[in-house]
Design a protein around this ligand. Structure first.
Ligand code: I22
Length: 224
């Protein structure tokens, strides 16, 4: 304990974030690279990404869709990616008329097509509107991915696949999710930029996403 409570709080936060990021780099890169490869197959073929979250996770979801519709680092075509929570009139009308638990599910039923991907972000993995969206997505033939805080949790179980981040607090889970979003964009761009034939071999391990050696991570998950 130092003489500065503010410094103590900052150091505690940084240690928590370092641990969460270390665990993501140790355990999460394979799934992120796989998701990036599958997005790189689906979006150029005409499928779309639907994404949603509440609060800070809404911002993370919107960050991802902006990177796909605009661009991440490399110049490339625009791809269809829609953040459902940004549809303010639909959100308020559905919330007002049917209840907040339905705000995403009804939009998934309206916009989702078989082959589309639905990515749901939640720190708790317990938000009823996201769980309802996962169920609507699966019923409509979408592939449903969940990016959550510590697992297991109900959203992860309602999705087809989940990446659960082991953060201690909502804030560090959200910050780690932002890194996961950028890694997903890197995997997506790397697979799209690969020469034909190389793409399949790079689906799970893009050259610029080298898994961290497990020996380089301490027992508490921080990078050594
Ligand atoms: O950003 C924060 C707190 O850091 C909040 O706005 C937070 O996102 C909201 O409480 C959300 O409703 C939490 O939902 P979820 O991540 O558990 O699904």
């Amino acid at each position: 304990m130092s003489e500065s409570p503010a410094l103590d709080a900052a150091q505690l936060h940084c240690r928590s974030l370092e641990r969460a990021l270390g665990l993501l780099c140790r355990d999460g890169l394979g799934r992120i690279a796989d998701w990036g490869g599958r997005l790189a197959a689906a979006l150029p073929a005409g499928s779309r990404l639907l994404a949603a979250g509440n609060g800070g996770s809404a911002a993370q979801a919107q960050h991802l869709t902006a990177e796909l519709v605009g661009r991440y680092q490399r110049e490339r075509p625009a791809y269809s990616a829609i953040s459902l929570h940004a549809e303010t009139s639909s959100m308020t009308a559905i919330g007002n008329d049917y209840g907040f638990d339905h705000v995403f599910a009804r939009q998934v039923s309206a916009h989702g097509r078989p082959g589309d991907i639905l990515l749901l972000l939640s720190t708790s993995g317990r938000s009823a509107n996201l769980i309802a969206a996962a169920m609507a997505g699966r019923a409509a033939g979408l592939r449903v991915w969940a990016l959550t805080g510590p697992g297991p949790n109900p959203l992860g179980e309602a999705a087809d696949e989940a990446l659960c981040v082991e953060g201690d607090t909502t804030a560090t889970v959200q910050e780690t999710h932002l890194v996961a979003v950028h890694l997903l964009c890197e995997a997506f761009d790397a697979v799209l930029a690969a020469p034909p034939g190389a793409a399949a071999g790079r689906r799970t391990t893009p050259h610029d996403m080298v898994p961290v050696d497990a020996d380089a991570i301490s027992a508490n998950g921080s990078l050594l």
